[in-house]
Design a protein around this ligand. Structure first.
Ligand code: TYD
Length: 212
């Protein structure tokens, strides 16, 4: 009797960056790069990525008259993440698809941990509870001067709660991403997102070839 080998687990590739860094455009490029190599690919995003997680996303991004404290925000991010993991992300990886995710847990370290000031330890505790050891294989950090990024994001029209944040907030977000990338160069690549799109793509190609 022959036993089918279990399909190899797919790889999780994450795009991160501050507001206006172009993650969504570049996520499509990464998806195409993987497809061109014959890989089955699922492209998704956080917060969101499943119907329940997308409903939580709407709650997170809305402006609330009563405000939203940092703890509520972090817990909602991880609630959305837990739903997304169960409904889409883990099954896709287990079936052998690569997953390209527009933001993942690094965004919680950068925005809630550093931006909102909750600190790394609280986010690490939520990460352990929610991800149970699952980690991205490669995190592509699209790095951009926050002044440029916020200006780009504002041109897109209606602002969500994050796009109306201050430059100081975005500077903390950026510093957190860069510190995380420096601490683990094997799993992170920092891409200068201020360059023309074709050069950003070239840098993404190099990072994908070097890391995957
Ligand atoms: P996203 O859809 O990536 O927005 P954009 O494309 O405008 O950058 O993410 C929505 C917002 O959610 C974004 O401003 C960053 C924020 N966010 C967090 O604060 N923490 C998180 O863990 C995640 C996933 C996103």
């Amino acid at each position: 009797m022959s036993v089918q080998p279990a399909a190899a687990r797919g790889r999780l590739i994450v795009l991160e960056g501050g507001e206006g860094a172009g993650k969504t455009t570049h996520a499509r490029f990464v998806e195409e790069w993987l497809q061109a190599r014959g890989r089955p690919v699922v492209r998704t995003r956080e917060p969101g990525g499943s119907p329940l997680a997308e409903a939580i996303r709407e709650v997170i991004l809305r402006q609330w008259d009563e405000g939203m404290d940092a703890g509520t925000e972090a817990l909602l991010m991880f609630a959305a993440r837990a739903a997304h993991l169960r409904a889409l992300l883990r099954p896709a990886l287990e079936q052998g698809s690569d997953v390209v995710c527009d933001r993942f847990v690094d965004a919680s370290y950068a925005y809630q941990g550093a931006g909102r000031g909750l600190g790394e330890e609280r986010i690490a505790a939520l990460e352990r509870f929610t991800l149970q050891g699952l980690r991205a294989d490669l995190v592509l950090v699209l790095d951009l001067d926050p002044a440029l990024g916020l200006a780009r994001a504002k041109r897109r029209g209606t602002e969500n709660r994050f796009e109306s944040e201050t430059l100081e907030f975005m500077a903390r977000v950026r510093a957190a991403y860069l510190a995380r990338a420096r601490a683990e160069p094997a799993r992170y690549a920092v891409i200068d997102a201020g360059q023309p799109v074709e050069q950003v793509r070239q840098a993404l190609r190099q990072a994908l070839e070097a890391h995957l």
